[in-house]
Write a protein that binds this ligand. Sequence first.
Ligand code: GLC
Length: 473
Amino acid sequence: MSSLNVSTQLQKEISRIRDDLTVSAKTLQTITDHFVHELDKGLSKKGGNIPMIPVWVMDYPTGQETGEYLAIDLGGTNLRVVYVTLKGNHEFETQQTKYSLPEGIRTAEADELFEFIGLSLQTFVADNFPSGVSHPIPLGFTFSYPASQDIISEGILQRWTKGYDIHGVEGQDVVPMLQKVLHKMKVPVEVVALINDTTGTLVASTYTDRETRMGLIFGTGVNGAYYEKCGNIPKLEGKYADDVSPDTPMAINCEYGSFDNEHLVLPRTKYDIQIDEESPRPGQQSFEKMISGYYMGEVLRVIVADLVHQKLLFRDQNIKSLEEPYIMDSSFPSVFDLDTSPQLLDSRDKLKLLGVDSAYEDRQVLQQLAAYVGERAARLSVCGIAAICKKRNYKTAHCAADGSVYDKYPGFKERAAQALRDIFEWEHVEDSIVIVHAEDGSGVGAAVIAALTQKRLQKGQSVGTKAKMTRTE
Ligand code: GLC
């Protein structure tokens, strides 16, 4: 940093920002310990900040599951429809099409969203099964938002996250909303399971790798799923059907993006507070808002805007665009952070997209700031992994990860691995808890979950609470 040729005032501000965004090993350990406590609280009868949603996936896949399934995944920019053939022997084939989400869908009305999904499925089925199907195709619906489930085939949206704000869905079960549209459009598809992307990732990766201990998403949002023992979920006591024993596994969608909504341990800066206050859901997803792909660019933008207001950066430049919230997605810090091009020309081109002409010195500052934001995100991200390992007493684990930040953000993997070392202070040379690349959770994972669900139902086993199961008999 000392090599930057900038004013003393700017130098001072950069140091302050660095100090605010740096997370020491000690802080990571404190956060992790509190995280374990919060995971427990989420499973208790009283509940806590972290929802810890039991998702009624009550088997480990063996890798021998077979069958043909449809899976859909409503992502940030498109709807992915996948036809999955599970071949057993840990093998599968997929065929997929992506449908771009209509402009403005994040804040549309519920009907628009479900009609769009219905139409996309109709097109997919017509294109891939021109002579029709003999029976409805079972569908695993990946819906990556906090949705409560008393049975695997429902999902009552607790609240939107990641900037979605579609009216008339919160508090509703999204499965009948979709099924109604499919029925109306005569699309021969039946929703058999509603799945979170993390649970899909957990199950898809377990299908191919028995050492998998959790499924994680580091993308637009951040979240994790793992298997708990039913006997360790106090909030479900008395609600299980008779076939469930205390040792039966239960996948839990933690929804830990909401970790520390009480603001007890996370080192929030004035920038984090600003982003939260200006978001559609202030006070929620505190952890996610500091680290996920949806917010990382925004964290950098508010920092830059602050320096611009102080007339310390981009002097005499037209920087109007930088006033616009969310104008920088995570590809911006991602390009700036480890830009190795001469004169940081890649960063220059990226800034041009915003109509900003930059001086080399400005770009050097931006690189520094992006590195602080990126490093903080990676380091804080692993506290969820460490907490699950501590809670379940895992000494070794494959932590299956997916998502745009994990895949594309430079240095994320190395920084995350270092943060795990900082937390656990291993004395052995090889890391025993490692983050590995996940299998396709919302395609293959959704299909395997649909297969596991059908198998349980065929055997007369439960896939929901006792009350729900008696009602559906
Ligand atoms: C948000 C959602 C959660 C999802 C995560 C990753 O945190 O609430 O359901 O798993 O993003 O997509």
